[in-house]
Design a protein. Structure first.
Length: 313
């Protein structure tokens, strides 16, 4: 795991230290069980310190941090912070389901974690979940992509983080495409319309991270990924205006993505994918992404770099 002193300073620490390992079954509608699944996948993919002695280079950390943010900010259900129950009708909760249960099933097939039964939702839902042990057809390709990821990182000795990130993001993208389709036309109620719009935009923003194989290890997440998302549900425009400047700028960009016509979004993403073709460009993802979404006089040089990468044969 990451250095204990660094973990202890984070709100992730209590659930990391107290959630019991899954033993007989996996109930993915319990917050602590999803987090236990993440912890087991993180720990079990570090044989012989493949991702470093303290596992800090493991790219699965990003999923755990993201789920902790969803829990902390009330995005998993009205009562989740009180009793740990994740509402099967929560759009954010469904999105994370595809990024916790589907990797878990693939890790089970790869022998990384126990192949435990996965509990059905206790109530009816607008979303499709694993039911009676059967994976919905639309999520079956994601299981295969995650199985390929676990096969890649399941060996011994040090692992190159770049291929691992590429494989992880391929599987992540396969899951997210299902989520995008599921929430495209869904009535978001009782969730605020602005919040559902933010989720739709965030799915598009994550496509940019996918194309760049955005680092999701412990060090990168704690340095760059913990202060860019809103700490409460977005209900009114005033909620956006009241956010800290860095978070507000990011949320405004995400909402703008949500409102971008589909054809223009597809063109812009295709151009960004072309920019991100090389490892050299991906290593500069932070300033290049900033230049795309927040063009300013002081990042004109980065915009010239974008053009250079775009036009490179």
């Amino acid at each position: 795991m990451a250095h204990p002193d660094e973990l202890a300073a984070l709100d992730l620490y209590p659930v990391w230290t107290t959630a019991e390992d899954l033993a007989e079954a996996f109930d993915p509608f319990r917050f602590e069980q999803r987090m236990a699944a993440y912890r087991m996948m993180i720990n079990n993919t570090n044989p012989a310190d493949r991702f470093g002695a303290d596992n800090r280079h493991n790219p699965l950390w990003g999923l755990m941090f993201q789920h902790q943010w969803q829990f902390r900010t009330g995005r998993l259900g009205e009562h989740t912070r009180l009793d740990g129950w994740i509402d099967p009708d929560a759009p954010w909760g469904y999105g994370n389901y595809t990024l916790s249960v589907i990797p878990w099933l693939a890790a089970g097939e790869a022998g990384v974690v126990p192949a435990l039964p996965v509990a059905d939702p206790q109530t009816r839902s607008r979303f499709r979940y694993v039911s009676g042990g059967a994976v919905p057809d639309e999520l079956a390709p994601a299981v295969a992509d995650w199985r390929a990821y676990f096969a890649l990182v399941g060996g011994s000795g040090p692992v190159d983080p770049e291929p691992a990130r590429l494989a992880l993001w391929k599987a992540h993208k396969t899951c997210l495409d299902v989520v995008v389709d599921a929430i495209a036309d869904v009535d978001g109620g009782p969730w605020p319309a602005l919040e559902v719009r933010f989720l739709r935009g965030w799915c598009r923003m994550v496509d940019y991270l996918w194309a760049a194989a955005w680092p999701t290890d412990f060090a990168f997440m704690t340095a760059h990924g913990l202060d860019v998302l809103p700490e409460s549900l977005l209900t009114t425009p005033e909620d956006v205006s009241a956010l800290p400047a860095k978070t507000r700028d990011n949320v405004v960009n995400v909402l703008r993505l949500a409102d971008t016509p589909r054809w223009r979004y597809a063109v812009n993403l295709a151009l960004w994918k072309r920019v991100m073709r090389t490892r050299e460009a991906r290593d500069q993802v932070l300033p290049l992404l900033d230049a795309v979404f927040s063009p300013r006089p002081d990042n004109a040089g980065e915009r010239r770099k974008l053009l250079g990468y775009l036009l490179r044969p």
